[in-house]
Design a protein around this ligand. Structure first.
Ligand SMILES: [Zn+2]
Length: 167
């Protein structure tokens, strides 16, 4: 999907663009994951008009990202859902002139474009949202168990192990 967006126009008209971005259009993401559930990231982009003096849009992404489990190395599907508000400046200088504390956790200021690649934008946000350590639910539970000291009676008797070795 070679979708390009005029973010200023989208913001002004409060337009909505919604769809599924196929993984093959996001090669950097494709190199970091095993695959995507349904082969695509569902996205919704909504123009918000002017937010704190700048044109703004909300980006929502939803995907089932297939990654390699950090514990058992089998594929695990990790849900990635994110909603971010972007505010757009016209130039780099304008962005740099903004006070640093203008960006919140789910809020970003970027240099807008009349031809922003939706694939590149969505790809970047999915990559930033990937878990550092993907784990199956069961693997996560076992991982946590491993970290807790095992109760005394469950530890194998070292003398029994030694005895077994002598046979
Ligand atoms: Zn696992």
């Amino acid at each position: 999907m070679s979708l390009t967006l005029d973010v200023f126009e989208l913001s002004r008209t409060r337009g909505v663009v919604e769809g599924d971005m196929p993984l093959e259009d996001m090669p950097e993401l494709a190199s970091e994951v095993l695959g995507l559930e349904g082969g695509a990231v569902h996205f919704r982009i909504e123009g918000l008009g002017i937010v704190e003096r700048l044109p703004a849009a909300a980006l929502t992404i939803e995907a089932g990202v297939v990654m390699q489990c950090a514990r058992c190395n089998e594929p695990v599907t990790v849900p990635v859902t994110r909603e971010l508000t972007f505010r757009f400046t016209k130039t780099e200088e304008e962005a740099n002139a903004l006070p640093i504390d203008e960006e919140g956790e789910d809020e970003e200021v970027i240099v807008g474009s009349k031809k922003l690649s939706a694939a590149a934008w969505i790809q970047e946000e999915v990559i930033l949202s990937l878990p550092a350590m993907p784990l199956h639910e069961d693997c996560e539970a076992e991982w946590e168990d491993d970290e807790e000291p095992a109760p005394e009676e469950e530890k194998p008797n070292p003398f029994a192990a030694l005895a077994a070795l002598k046979h």
